[in-house]
Structures are given as C-alpha cells and as structure tokens.
Design a protein around this ligand. Structure first.
Ligand code: DGT
Ligand code: CA
Ligand code: CA
Length: 576
C-alpha cells in the first residue's frame, strides 16, 4: 500500500512550492496538500484503485483532478514523480525528517538550507548546538532549545510509526496472504495487536504447511522494499513505509502458544512464564510443556491462560500493569468494544476546517453504524481553521435542523461546537449561543507554552463555566511531534469530576489523547469519557477503533463511556 508514501511526497512538493509563493503556486500548494490528506486517510489501497479503475478512478477521489491523477499514475508505474525530483534538485534536503521537528516548517527548513546549508537532522543538531540558529532572522532566541528537544524526541522514537499509519498496511498484507490460498489462518501479533499507539515493527503469524511457498508469496508483496532474512518458518522484510515486518509460519499444535508469546508484551510474558514455572511447567513460543516434558494441547491462546489458572484477557491489557494478578483472581473487567459505541461527540464540516459537508458526514456516520453524532466546528478566534461566530452557528444549525427532518430518525445530528478556550479561560462564544447547543466540546488551541499553574487555572475556569460537556484532547500532545502542554492533570480530573465534564479520548492516530496511562489515572475519579473521532472528513469515522483501542489499554469499561448510550440516554446525559 503506497498511500502514505504518495501522501508524503505530495506534502513535500507542497512544502517546497510554498517557499517562492506566487498566486498560482499558492493554488498548487493547496491542491497538493488537499490531495495528500485525501490519500493519507484513504481506507483502500490507492494502487488497487488505479489498477481497477485507472486514472478515472483516482479522479473520483475528493480533491484529485486530472493533473494529480497523472502524478499518482506516474508514481505507481515508475516509482518516481518527475516534478518532485526536479524540486529536490533545487532543495536537496530531508524535508520529511526536518519538518517533523517541532517548530520547523517547510519554509524554515529551506531557509536553514539556504543560509546554513542544513540538509538533514544531523547537521541541524550541530548548528543548534553551536548556536548558529538563534542569530538568524526569523528564528527566536528560544528556538535552539526547542529544536534540540525536538531532535531528542525524534531519536527516542526512532523507527516507530503511528499505529494509524501502520495498521492499514498490515491489514492489507494479511488480506493478500489470506487471498493467496496458501494459509489456513493469519493473525497480527505484537504491539499492533495490543493497539500500542506506535509500533516498532509488524508481527504476523500464519498457520500453514506450505512454509516455503508462503514466504515466496510474502516477499513479493507490493508493500515490501527488501528482504532482511528469509526462511521457511521466519522471514523478515523491510516495508516501504519504513518498518520491518516479521512473518512466522506456525504449526497447528503451537499456534495458541505462539500467538500468546508473540503478542507480548515482553514484560507480561515474563510474568506469565513465572506462573507456569511455579506450576512445574515450561512455556515458550512452541507450547506449554507438562512436568514430564509432554506438550499440552493449547490450540487456542485462551487454553494457555486456562491451563495456568488464569482468566483470558484482551491483548490491550497485556502490559504488566497488574492484569496478571486480576486474571488469577478472575476479575478481568469487560472492556468497552467498538460495537458498544453508538455516537460520536466531536466532528467537523466544510464550514470550519473539515473537508466534507454536513450531509456527507451524516451519510458516512450512518454507514459507520452510528445512531447519532455531534457536529462541532471551530469557533471564531481560530482563524486558521475558519472558526465560526455566533451568527455563523445560528445559520448552520438551521441547515442541521432541515437535515435532521429529512433523515427521519435514521441518524440524529446533534448541534454543537468545539469552542476555543481563550488565554484567560473564557469561552470563545457567548453564553446564549452555547446554551442553544446540544453538545459543547471545549479545547485549547493556542498559547501552549504557559506556566503549568496558569494553564491549569485557565482550563479549570472553562470547565467551571457550567457550559461545557466535554473537554477535548485534554493534554494537547501530538505523538512524535508535540509534547503535552504543562497542566496539573490531577487538578484537571478533580475539576472534570466536580463539574460533570467528560474527558475526551480523541481517536485521531497522532493524538490518542487522553493516552492509555492518563486514562488509568483519570478513571480513579468519578469522570465519564467520550471516545470521539474529531473527524475532519467522512473517512475519519474509521479512526474510532484507535480511540477504542486506547480506551481498552486504559482498562475502560463501557459504563464509563458516555457515547455508548443510546440517543435518548445521551440527550439526558447532556442535559445534566
Ligand atoms: P514493538 O515491535 O517494539 O512495537 O513491540 P513488540 O511488543 O511488538 O515487540 P517485538 O516485535 O520485539 O516482539 C514481539 C513479541 O514477542 C513481544 O511483544 C513479546 C515477544 N518477545 C520478543 N522477544 C522476547 C523475549 O526476549 N522474551 C519474551 N518473553 N518475549 C519476547
Ligand atoms: Ca513488534
Ligand atoms: Ca518483531
């Protein structure tokens, strides 16, 4: 699946074109950026679309016209895009790595190249350490520290990819393996099965008696860029998205043990094995062995736990955070599931910074099997996101009323906003306007670098307004990009509990905010949670599973999640 690669190239092109901005290049920049977003969030493999429907199929995608369709075709056919190669000759820099550092956009990256010859992260680090950057115009005095911290974060996360970028690729490969007819069963294991927010590699297990043929097929998959090691039971390849993928072919009698072992985590496995040893058994990836060394039948993963006197537990819990003890006491909670989610409390439309209309969003939400969703556009102070004012919302809500009438109860659109929490903690819309809404989501989008005490006061003041239902992406972090803003989480949780404000678990793959560990901390308080997509286009409803996965990693039960309520229940909950 080349979606991410093509999207990255389009973003790079946009970045390089944006440097010498002219009216016509500005148009082109926007076009490339829009197309990149479309492609990055596409659920199907763009190569498959092209192979099935040609250029015309590509042109059916939003934001992709003839010219861009030709660029995509060129990439699929030749692996290159000439326009990109030309621009890269002019700016031979590692744009993707450089712009992934907080505080460095395309323009700054190119300015650094022109002024200091910086091409990559290593030369950037040197320049920042020897204080060559602070002196440049356009770079503030604090920027060197910020850059160095950004580089450090990049180094610690080196090679780890967002779950949301890697999972679709893994699923596409699994689909192809199943389609090959060479395997009885294929499953994803490792951190990906545990729904960790980032993954270091992809681990796939297959049940088959045709090891060699499976591996031949596997190494020729279109996502593969190279072979690291190849054998009939274990093969490692490198993938074009910049990760490795291990495929292991397992014999039927070992499948349960192998799945348990390769799902991990390592620390969880160590604890489980200790229990096995205490019972006089031996446990490894080949099986569970009794006192006399005999293989005990454990075809299914749950047989392993069962024979060790433990309750089965979901993979998301296996992080050695106390789940082993719970399983021994048979007290594993029933975690919230994707199918429990009835609605989405946080979405956008064309009117602010979304890509699709409210009618299209309603249609997609219906297809995603939701009973309701709140449309929550940005508010006026957020200029870059086309924030709306009171009059704008009033006008838009008339359209929502009409839409609800025409939907005839098939799905209900709740009227809301993602209201900005201003610097002083006040809300960005007047009281009357907020009171008229079904669902008010509040969030911080500016002044991230406040003192912790100030930020905490700011947010708590907003929660105490009595107007807010949900606090969105509560820490503001973006994985591998931006640290959370300083805030006293315990004080925040207390304020949320006291004011009956739900905490969001934002499903956007780069956010997953609250994180699993913060969910665990928050659930000690009597707070509710809302698992939202923050969808900016119809395909983003598909992100819900990442939010649910994160909630499960935080051991959350259905009863704690407000949007598991049916429509009547959520309306009552919002009235409180
Ligand atoms: P990752 O790839 O860094 O995102 O994290 P994992 O958990 O997928 O780690 P990985 O791919 O190195 O190994 C997959 C699983 O295999 C891991 O979760 C547990 C198991 N495993 C790997 N090495 C060991 C080991 O030395 N001891 C034990 N008990 N299990 C291991
Ligand atoms: Ca792994
Ligand atoms: Ca691995």
């Amino acid at each position: 699946m080349d979606n991410k690669l093509i999207a990255d190239i389009f973003n790079d092109i946009a970045a390089m074109l944006s440097v010498d901005e002219t009216p016509s290049s500005r148009f082109e920049v926007r076009a490339y950026q829009k197309a990149a977003l479309t492609i990055a969030t596409l659920q199907e493999d763009i190569g498959d679309i092209y192979r099935k429907e040609g250029k015309e199929g590509l042109m059916k995608l939003p934001g992709i016209g003839k010219g861009l369709a030709e660029r995509i075709e060129e990439y699929i056919k030749t692996g290159k895009i000439r326009r990109y190669e030309e621009l890269r000759k002019r700016y031979p820099i590692d744009m993707k790595a450089l712009t992934s550092i907080e505080g460095i956009g395309a323009k700054k990256a190119i300015a650094l190249y022109k002024k200091l010859g910086i091409k990559d992260v290593a030369s950037l680090k040197k320049a920042a350490e020897s204080h060559k950057i602070g002196a440049l115009s356009g770079f503030g005095g604090k920027s060197e520290g910020l850059i160095l911290r950004g580089i450090q974060r990049l180094e610690t996360n080196k090679g780890r990819l967002l779950l949301g970028d890697a999972l679709p690729v893994a699923e596409s490969m699994v689909g192809k393996l199943i389609g090959s007819g060479l395997v009885v069963k294929v499953v994803i294991a490792g951190s990906m099965r545990r729904m960790r927010e980032t993954v270091g590699d992809i681990d796939i297990l297959a049940l088959s008696d045709k090891g060699n043929e499976v591996m031949d097929f596997f190494t020729k998959l279109p996502d593969v860029s190279g072979i690291v090691v190849k054998g009939p039971t274990k093969t490692t390849v490198s993938l074009k998205i910049g990760l490795n993928c291990d495929l292991r072919v397992i014999a039927p009698e070992s499948f349960g043990a192998a799945l348990q072992y390769f799902t991990g985590s390592k620390d969880h496995n160590v604890q489980v094995r200790t229990i096995a040893v205490r019972m006089g058994y031996k446990l490894n990836e080949y099986g569970l062995f009794g006192r006399k060394g005999q293989l005990m039948p454990t075809k299914e993963e749950k047989d392993i736990y069962g024979r060790l006197g433990m309750q089965y537990m979901p993979p998301e819990m296996r992080e050695a955070r106390g789940e082993v003890k719970l399983a021994q006491e048979h007290k594993i909670p029933r975690l919230v599931e994707l199918g429990d989610i009835r609605g989405d409390m946080h979405t956008h439309t064309l009117e602010s910074d979304g890509a699709d209309s409210i009618e299209e969003m309603a249609d997609a939400a219906m297809k995603a099997d939701l009973d309701y969703f709140a449309t929550t556009n940005h508010t006026k102070s957020l200029g870059i996101a086309n924030g709306m004012d009171e009059r704008g919302f009033a006008k838009f809500f008339k359209r929502v009323d009409k839409l609800n009438d025409s939907l005839d109860g098939k799905i209900r659109v709740l009227k809301g906003a993602e209201v900005d929490i201003l610097k002083d903690g006040s809300l960005d819309l007047d009281r009357e306007c907020l009171k008229s809404m079904d669902c008010v989501v509040a969030a911080v989008h500016s002044y991230f670098r406040m003192e912790e005490s100030e930020m905490t006061k700011r947010v708590c003041k907003a929660l105490e307004s009595g107007l807010v239902h949900i606090f969105a992406h509560p820490t503001g972090r973006e994985i591998n990009v931006r640290e959370q803003y300083p805030i006293d989480l315990e004080k925040l949780f207390v304020a949320a509990e006291r004011n009956k404000v739900a905490l969001e678990i934002n499903s956007f793959p780069i956010r997953l905010d609250l994180s699993d560990t913060n969910i665990m901390r928050a659930s000690k308080y009597k707070v509710k949670f809302a698992i939202d997509t923050d969808a900016h286009r119809t395909s983003h409803f598909g992100f819900l599973r990442y939010g649910v996965g994160t909630a499960r990693r935080g051991w959350l039960e259905k009863g704690r999640v407000m949007n598991t309520l049916p429509l009547s229940g959520i309306m009552k909950e919002l009235e409180k």
